[in-house]
Write a protein that binds this ligand. Structure first.
Ligand SMILES: Nc1nc2c(ncn2[C@@H]2O[C@H](COP(=O)(O)OP(=O)(O)OP(=O)(O)O)[C@@H](O)[C@H]2O)c(=O)[nH]1
Ligand SMILES: [Mg+2]
Length: 286
């Protein structure tokens, strides 16, 4: 790896980008656990990182990033086989990607980040509670069938909502975001696909790869089909460690003697709590 590396985070609002960064900063700053990448010096502007890591330690939800609070952070890192290097990672607002999808254009600043990117981390919240397109289709079908039966009272048809990009299924949005990326680069790009909040779907007993293949087949097939442009790997990551909106779960997280134990990273080769793994995978020499 060269002495400077740039990573790009991509993900819709609420996909877990800031939580990941908060846990990463806690681990790097703490320096007590074995990680592939380590901090060399702590110099630089740290207000934002300290704030989100503090929220993370208290198990309170990290502040949502908006277009005005986006930050580019520079970490001084080293690792066996990596040497010492400066890693710049911006914490973008998911809102910016939502706008990209709606307006079909991106900001100059974002384009510059793509240009400079060594690799990309694409975040995806498993959102288990959201209805799938299939269940939505079944519900609509049932409603329409019901309408035919009582055509006198049925006024649902008049309530049709105009289509908007917001209604696109998540996997379609993510494929679009990857397409923007491919269009703007000539190099082959590495993509670490991070399924965040892995604790919510762990009980399905699927590997992160199998989870994506089952739940987001379009995204998975897109990644496979474009292997000349993209090299990808899937990580299941619980950066928070559990569902902090559940008081019991939150209490047991707070009771742990070492907050680093909350973190779980699942990859092909098994589970660990080394949250630097996806970054190391992106930065490793081909
Ligand atoms: N259960 C669980 N929830 C998580 C985990 N990590 C993040 N979350 C939840 O996911 C939601 C979104 O997290 P953020 O990190 O703010 O997402 P973001 O991608 O930075 O969102 P924007 O700032 O809007 O772009 C929050 O409600 C978190 O509590 C996790 O490891 N487990
Ligand atoms: Mg954020």
């Amino acid at each position: 790896v060269k002495d400077r590396a740039n990573l790009l985070f991509i993900g819709l609002p609420g996909s877990g980008k800031t939580t990941f960064l908060a846990a990463l900063w806690h681990v790097l700053f703490d320096g007590a656990s074995a990680t592939t990448l380590k901090l060399t010096t702590q110099s630089g502007e740290r207000t934002y990182l300290n704030q989100i890591a503090d929220e993370w330690r208290k198990c309170s939800t990290v502040t949502r990033t908006n277009l005005h609070t986006e930050q580019v952070l520079v970490l001084h890192l080293e690792g066996v086989g990596f040497g010492a290097f400066d890693l710049s990672i911006p914490d973008p607002a998911g809102e910016a990607f939502k706008q990209q999808l709606e307006d079909r254009r991106m900001t100059k600043q974002h384009d510059t980040l793509i240009e400079a990117a060594t690799g990309v981390t694409l975040f995806l919240h498993p959102d288990v509670l959201k209805p799938t397109p299939l269940t939505t289709a079944q519900r609509v079908e049932a409603e329409l069938l019901g309408l035919q039966d009582d055509s006198v009272t049925g006024s649902h048809l008049g309530e049709a909502h105009p289509w908007s990009p917001e209604m696109l299924p998540t996997q379609v949005k993510l494929v679009e975001l990857l397409q923007f990326l491919i269009e703007r680069t000539e190099r082959k790009m590495r993509v670490a696909l991070v399924v965040s909040a892995w604790d919510l779907v762990e009980n399905l007993r699927l590997s992160p790869c199998a989870f994506v293949a089952r739940e987001l087949p379009l995204l998975q097939q897109f990644l496979e089909a474009n292997d000349d442009l993209l090299e990808y790997s899937v990580f299941g990551i619980s950066a928070q460690g559990g569902d902090i909106s559940d008081a019991n779960a939150k209490d047991s997280l707070l009771e742990l003697d070492d907050a680093t134990k909350r973190i779980k990273v699942v990859h092909d080769r098994g589970a660990s709590n080394d949250i630097t793994l996806p970054l190391a995978w992106l930065l490793r020499r081909p």
